[in-house]
Design a protein. Structure first.
Length: 242
């Protein structure tokens, strides 16, 4: 039964990956699935898109951004498909694309969702960033390290590029603990029952699992080839970081 469940899950994920490159098809299917309740999907009233491959600082970036603003901002986020970036680029909506070193992002995703295979996760990473790279002039790129350590710089670059006036997140211990990590813990409890493997913050409990998965990515020949390809995609995007 577990094998059947995993195969069905992977078939669904692979279909999502293919459809996620095509805005009209993806948006149509998403609205059909969610009805009118599609707040995360980009539309003409969206004020900013914050998107990236899973486990690349998405929850931190959205939570900290909301905390910094004096009023509610319509954010399209957490769908993890290129459609969000493509559509926002055509609508000329400000976009923040998040990116993390592939070995870290992929191993973290596999810890969070054990049904995902390493081959699929690496292909997903490569596909996502190769697709959004075609729209590089339409967004600000935020690296995982910058966003999680000095988010104010990232938001400042968004304001400079798009002429916006979003408030800058102040990266203080008090803001991190009380406003960001407390909210992340609450979301984890609501959505994932408090699972330590799924919470979107640093976790000592996950470190050993991630290190084991990283070793697998780096030592198995076929996976190593895909990892090198993912690293090349990461390098090509971040070399023109901004």
């Amino acid at each position: 039964m577990q094998v059947i469940e995993r195969n069905m899950y992977m078939a669904k994920e692979q279909a999502r990956l293919r459809v996620g490159k095509h805005p009209f098809l993806y948006c149509s299917l998403y609205r059909l699935w969610r009805g009118n309740d599609a707040p995360r999907l980009v539309n003409q009233s969206t004020q900013i898109v914050i998107e990236g491959f899973p486990r690349s600082g998405n929850t931190f970036a959205v939570t900290a951004f909301r905390q910094a603003q004096d009023e509610d901002v319509r954010i399209a986020h957490h769908l993890h498909v290129p459609t969000q970036v493509i559509r926002a680029a055509h609508l000329q909506i400000p976009i923040l694309v998040l990116i993390r070193e592939p070995a870290d992002a992929v191993s973290s995703l596999m810890v969070r969702e054990p049904r995902i295979t390493a081959r699929y996760a690496l292909n997903y990473y490569i596909s996502f960033y190769r697709t959004v790279a075609k729209y590089r002039s339409a967004y600000v790129l935020g690296t995982f390290d910058e966003v999680t350590n000095n988010y104010g710089i990232t938001i400042g670059r968004i304001n400079a590029k798009f002429g916006t006036h979003f408030s800058v997140f102040e990266h203080t211990d008090a803001n991190l603990r009380a406003a960001v990590f407390a909210r992340i813990e609450k979301l984890n409890m609501i959505n994932d029952g408090g699972s330590e493997n799924r919470v979107a913050r640093p976790s000592a409990a996950r470190t050993g699992l991630k290190n084991t998965l990283r070793e697998t990515l780096e030592t198995r020949k076929k996976l190593r080839t895909l990892l090198l390809e993912a690293e090349a995609v990461h390098h090509d995007l971040t070399i023109t970081h901004g």
